[in-house]
Write a protein that binds this ligand. Structure first.
Ligand code: FAD
Ligand code: NAP
Length: 555
């Protein structure tokens, strides 16, 4: 890592920018200070490169900075949902729970930023509004809403797959006189719901975590549900020092396993095929996974995520649990997910979710039966009448995978915009590079396995691969890197080809952009698995970055 005296002050660099056009202000600009941006910044600095990271929020953490809603936590084991790049870091950090809560993950990322001295190269409270490539100088010009304009040779978009929060366009929203919150933009000081009538719209992963906690505090809670999810019990628990020590002792092997796995997490292997297992044995196996908690239920059998009939056995098991748990049979039926396969929308992992509907102060509104008509000053009007509320919580999700990138005016060669290029849906090579946008890298983007995995594992792989590519360029004297159109077309075809015919196509999910009206319906993540993808990327690098144009001059 270069010492701070070897780095020019930001002010002197930026003033130099106004006088010299071909010398960049920084070697690289990184956008976003979540898991991806922080590791990118650290890695680039270790190579002696000058970097400026712009972050819209006032602190590091990304997802874990913004999503402070009650109950927010991870559903991947803490020991796995963490960086592996520094052994001292993974040995010294003490996770307290199996599934860490938002404050603990945020503390961890703040610790990482401090430990590696990252903050001095980050501009907080600064949203990047445009990034333009200049064909003449071969540099990117990046501007922010706080008045910065800098140039850089490389731009890395670590803007997050789930960072562009969405409040649906419901008539009358502005007339509501109570409080309005979105789970992904939660006030730092928290929200006091005591004595209040609260409405939560949305029952995806965020709603499922927030609802039981809000129910404990609010006077009344009304849950507005459009599509019920499959909610698996978390069975979260404290992580004992002995257990953590064992994990730490085994870290090298454990990390290796994660990197080569399908999902980047360590789950018990499937116990066979559902369709080849006798019904009573099948139920027993589902019971075992249900009791253990977490995502492992989804892969109890090897055919659950590939065969609709097998999937239905798992789905029906979950429905039986809902009917067993929820006392009112009508409410139970409304909570039962039907009509799409388990896992084709992201499964939710919750604590006491179904039990919450047995509370006297909780009401479930089925928006399929009584849709929202409008928001009025005193609450939400469905076609069955007005639900009077003091606060509305939108747990309505994100413009996923492309939302944060689409919010930036990104222009590549010849001034072509990314928005126009992606009008019919995102197109990338390996999820990291876009033809026509030289020296621009996207992390955890569309076309990569990111959101179908333990995202931290995918992020580390992406960052290391991009840094490896930059090392290659610098050692060969190349200045420009960009996906070729042919390689990109082939990759998009491959990503789509795996998705077509899979169970994932049978749900209106955010993976497909179905949650955003007007968004092209394209399956955005790569279904091929973390390990396969990693090996493929490594092979592409070994083949001299096959499918990329790596040049000293712009062609
Ligand atoms: P982010 O953490 O989203 O960081 C992106 C940053 O970029 C944000 O801080 C944002 O402010 C900033 N940014 C965006 N646009 C701009 C701009 N124009 N200018 C400046 N800054 C900008 N994944 C899992 O694997 N397991 C889980 O259990 C899990 N739980 C999750 C729970 C929640 C509530 C959510 C929302 C997501 C969860 N995820 C989970 C996915 C999670 O997003 C990733 O695991 C990971 O945190 C993504 O890191 P990132 O750095 O790519 O993006
Ligand atoms: P989400 O999964 O997209 O859920 C949004 C919810 O809002 C859905 O129930 C959706 O209903 C509903 N909704 C959207 N627009 C609506 C409208 N106009 N009227 C009524 N309902 C509407 O978003 P999320 O819950 O924030 O989760 C997003 C992703 O973040 C997750 O899939 C996961 O990857 C990650 N996450 C993970 C965890 C975790 O436990 N680790 C926690 C939170 C988030 P429809 O389904 O009908 O569209």
């Amino acid at each position: 890592m270069p010492d701070s005296t070897s780095r020019e002050s930001r002010e002197s660099r930026e003033s130099r920018e106004s006088t010299a056009s071909s010398e960049p202000t920084y070697d690289a600009v990184v956008v976003g200070a979540g898991f991806a941006g922080l590791y990118t910044l650290h890695s680039l600095r270790r190579r002696g490169l000058t970097v400026r990271l712009f972050e819209a929020g006032d602190g590091v953490g990304g997802t874990w900075f913004w999503n402070r809603y009650p109950g927010a936590r991870c559903d991947v084991d803490s020991a796995d949902y963490s960086y592996s790049f520094d052994d001292d870091l993974q040995q010294e950090w003490v996770w307290t729970e199996r599934f860490p809560a938002q404050p603990e993950i945020l503390r961890y990322l703040e610790h990482v930023a401090d430990r590696f001295g990252l903050r001095e190269d980050i501009t907080f409270g600064s949203r990047v509004t445009s990034a333009h490539f200049d064909d003449a100088s071969g540099l990117w010009t990046v501007t922010t809403d706080s008045g910065d304009t800098v140039t850089a040779r490389w731009t890395v978009m670590a803007t997050g797959p789930l960072s562009s929060a969405r409040i649906p366009d419901i008539a009358g929203l502005a007339t509501f006189t109570g409080e309005i919150h979105h789970t992904a933009n939660w006030p730092e000081q928290g929200v006091d719901f005591r004595g209040k009538r609260v409405g939560v719209i949305g029952t995806g992963s965020s709603g499922v975590q927030a609802i039981p906690v809000i129910a404990e505090q609010a006077a009344e809670l009304t849950v507005f549900q459009r599509t019920p999810g499959f909610v698996l019990p978390a069975r979260n628990r404290p992580l004992g020092p002995g257990e953590l020590a064992e994990i730490k002792a085994d870290y090298p092997a454990r990390r290796q396993l994660q990197r080569q796995s399908h999902g980047g997490w360590i789950l018990p292997p499937p116990v066979g095929l559902a369709l080849e297992t006798a019904p009573d044995v099948r139920i027993k196996e589902y019971e075992t996974r249900w009791a253990a908690g977490g995502l492992a239920f989804q892969t109890t059998f090897g055919d659950v995520m590939t065969d609709a009939t097998a999937n239905e056995t798992a789905a029906e098991f979950v429905r039986s649990k809902i009917r067993e748990t929820v006392s009112d049979p009508v409410t139970a039926e409304v909570l039962c997910p039907k009509g799409y396969p388990l896992g084709s929308k992201r499964v939710c992992v919750g604590t006491d979710y179904y039990e919450t509907f047995n509370r006297g102060n909780v009401e479930l509104v089925d928006l399929r039966a009584t849709p929202i008509e409008e928001i009025v000053s005193e609450g939400i009007r469905t076609d069955a009448g007005v639900h009077e509320l003091d606060a509305i919580v939108f747990a309505t999700g994100f413009d996923a995978m492309t939302g944060a990138l689409g919010a930036i005016d990104i222009r590549g060669r010849d001034g072509v915009t990314l928005r126009d290029t992606w009008e019919a849906g995102p197109r990338t090579y390996l999820g990291v590079s876009v033809a026509g946008f030289p020296n621009l890298f996207v992390l955890a983007g569309p076309g990569s396995p990111s959101v179908l995995s333990n995202v931290v594992v995918s992020i580390e792989q992406h960052v290391e691969w991009v840094i490896g590519y930059l090392d290659h360029m610098r050692s060969t004297g190349a200045r420009f890197a960009e996906a070729t159109l042919e390689a990109q077309d082939e990759w998009v075809e491959h990503v789509t080809g795996i998705a077509v015919g899979s169970l994932y196509m049978q749900a209106d999910s955010w993976y497909l952009g179905a949650n955003v009206p007007g968004k092209p319906r394209i399956f955005m993540p790569y279904l091929g698995g973390v390990g396969n993808y990693r090996n493929l990327c490594a092979q592409i690098a070994a083949d001299g970055y096959r499918g990329f144009s790596t040049t000293t001059e712009l062609g």
